[in-house]
Design a binder for this molecule. Structure first.
Ligand SMILES: C[S@@+](CC[C@H](N)C(=O)[O-])C[C@H]1O[C@@H](n2cnc3c(N)ncnc32)[C@H](O)[C@@H]1O
Length: 274
């Protein structure tokens, strides 16, 4: 391990805002913080919002600074990345920010039913051809449902049209209510987003934040000229989520950024609905 990484790992041990559960603390058992985040970590009952795969935590930090009346928790497995967000939160005395170093596969061990209000998934790996690892796949949605409040929102911001379209297909398959979507949020979709149901549910400022707050990866993709997509839906669902019909073979690999296969019906063209 490089010296810089080692220094960050050592410093991580000193950050109060960073929780690093041992695998034994989250594998098939509950972490002591489960159900107690409000009382033991934040010291208030404000809504809790998660960012899954938060990397360096820029988005978590920025949202927290904008909305002091909500609590934000960034989750990632990479300690050297989390160090950046945790260091900033410590140095700036941010009281409404926490970070957890763990695999998202263990997330149910950390949050109790109804403990979380919203989830952000930002620039996750689309996991092409590996549905079980995709963060909007039924396997993960079943986990999230166990701790999301009724009316809990999942936000997906991604440069990957594949992940965007898959997630819309998953939402449709499970009759989830789509609040907003766009395939080029900094381009033609901006006004459509202001007119979306998300705007009525969360307010115009939630849409503003979508444009004004950018993650580390997002700014890199934007600089390369890739359109950024967005999707927000309610996770409410009875019974297990199921996989959508998904024409995997028709998606042509263009590296990380898939093109829409010609002739394939694009899910988002069939939206929005009431
Ligand atoms: C492409 S990066 C995006 C980081 C950040 N959201 C951004 O936009 O700058 C994906 C992040 O997800 C994390 N990640 C991927 N799969 C994960 C998992 N199963 N559990 C925890 N973290 C995961 C990676 O460590 C990485 O930091």
């Amino acid at each position: 391990m490089g010296k810089d990484k080692l220094r960050k790992f050592q410093e991580n041990e000193t950050f109060k805002c960073l929780i690093q559960p041992a695998t034994s603390e989250v594998l098939n058992c509950d972490h002591p913080m489960k159900g107690n985040w409000g009382r033991d970590f934040f010291g208030n009952d404000n809504p809790i919002v998660l960012e899954l795969g938060c990397g360096k935590g820029d988005y978590t930090i920025d949202l927290a600074e904008r909305n002091p009346s909500c609590n934000y928790i960034g989750v990632d497995i990479k300690g050297a990345r989390l160090w950046k967000g945790a260091k900033y939160a410590e140095e700036h005395g941010l009281k409404n920010v926490g970070f957890v170093r763990t695999r998202i596969e263990f997330i149910e061990s950390l949050f109790a039913p109804g403990e979380v209000s919203e989830i952000w998934i930002t620039f996750a790996d689309p996991q092409i051809g590996r549905e079980k690892k995709r963060l909007t796949a039924p396997l993960f949605m079943n986990r999230y449902r166990n701790f999301l409040k009724p009316g809990g929102i999942v936000h997906l911001k991604t440069d990957s049209r594949y992940l965007h379209e898959y997630s819309i297909a998953m939402a449709r398959q499970n009759d989830l209510k789509i609040l907003a979507y766009g395939t080029d949020i900094y381009g033609e979709d901006r006004e459509q987003l202001y007119a979306s149901e998300l705007s009525s549910v969360s307010g115009r400022s939630a849409i503003d934040a979508l444009f004004e707050v950018q993650t580390f990866y997002e700014s890199q993709y934007l600089a390369q000229g890739f359109p950024i997509t967005y999707l927000a839906f309610l996770a409410d669902h009875t019974g297990d989520y199921i996989s959508p019909e998904w024409a995997e073979d028709l998606w042509k690999d263009e590296g990380h950024h898939f093109v829409i296969p010609s002739g394939l019906p694009v899910a988002s063209k069939f939206y929005p609905e009431g």
